[in-house]
Design a protein around this ligand. Structure first.
Ligand code: ATP
Length: 255
């Protein structure tokens, strides 16, 4: 039996009357790349935020390594590297100061911070911007800086929310390689994306979220079973999210 690093049972989140995540049972196995797909508003970010312990579920449970993601979030955070969809930094901290701050929070020494971050910054071509204030970073640069912060403590699980959004093709290629190299070392990657070709290229298994529910989970071959053997992920996605053009937005926001 495969070793589960993430397990959710009936995981749900309501914002007032609106159900953003409607009770999902999800298992992610150690050492795999798992992708969460779904249209705008499907509940991907909300799910990842509950797994990070940033949001308290209104129903069900989420566990990482057997730890409750909300109640034991401090322990969970030591095992997980999280890249938010839109990273936010203090405007007037420089890149280098942010990296040192996050490294120290993880209990790393100055030498460990340098050893962990410098190769990553060079790889992502961020080393020239280290003395720049965060307020002057572009969206892609902020995403890269947040990725360095997420990787510095060498977490066993990486959770990446639209990891390459805003990144140029060179950085995108580096991030894909980084994800694959993590799993070669037995680490696990869970990422959300809208880029179906990125999912098709990288993931071992995918989960398709639609209106807060998991419409399907499995290897791409398993997902193809209901269609034809040579269906692309794009065809599977559209067959499962047929009215996906209609965003899942709360009633009070949809008028
Ligand atoms: P996208 O692909 O556009 O990033 P997503 O799948 O990540 O979408 P979520 O950000 O998880 O979707 O949002 C799911 C739903 O929950 C959306 O309808 C959103 O408007 C709603 N939602 C998210 N956060 C809140 C909040 N704090 N208060 C009220 N509604 C929220």
């Amino acid at each position: 039996m495969q070793d589960k690093i993430i397990q959710t049972v009936g995981l749900a989140k309501r914002f007032g009357e609106f159900e953003a995540v409607g009770g999902i049972d999800l298992e992610v196995f150690r050492g795999e790349i798992f992708t969460l797909l779904g249209p705008n508003g499907a509940g991907k970010t909300t799910t990842l935020r509950m797994l990070m312990g940033v949001l308290q579920p209104t129903g069900g449970t989420a566990r990482i390594d057997g730890l409750d993601c909300f109640r034991e979030r401090e322990k969970v955070m030591t095992r997980v590297g999280y890249l938010p969809e839109e990273p936010i930094f203090y405007d007037y901290l420089r890149g280098r100061e942010i990296i040192n701050f996050v490294g120290e929070m993880h209990g790393l020494s100055e030498a460990d911070i340098a050893a962990a971050s410098e190769p990553l910054m060079e790889r992502l071509k961020l080393d020239d911007a280290l003395d720049e204030y965060a307020v002057n970073y572009s969206r892609g640069m902020k995403k890269k800086l947040a990725l360095v912060c997420a990787l510095m403590h060498d977490p066993a699980l990486l959770m990446l929310d639209e990891p390459t959004a805003g990144m140029d093709p060179y950085a995108t290629r580096e991030v894909h390689e980084l994800m694959q190299q993590r799993t070669e070392r037995g680490h696990t990657v869970l990422f959300s994306t809208h880029l179906l070709d990125q999912a098709e290229k990288l993931c071992d298994r995918a989960g398709i979220l639609f209106k807060g529910k998991l419409a399907a989970v499995g290897q791409l071959d398993e997902l193809r079973q209901n269609l034809s053997e040579d269906s692309s992920l794009e065809e599977i996605y559209f067959s499962l999210t047929q009215d996906g053009v209609e965003d899942n937005i709360p009633e009070n926001l949809s008028k």
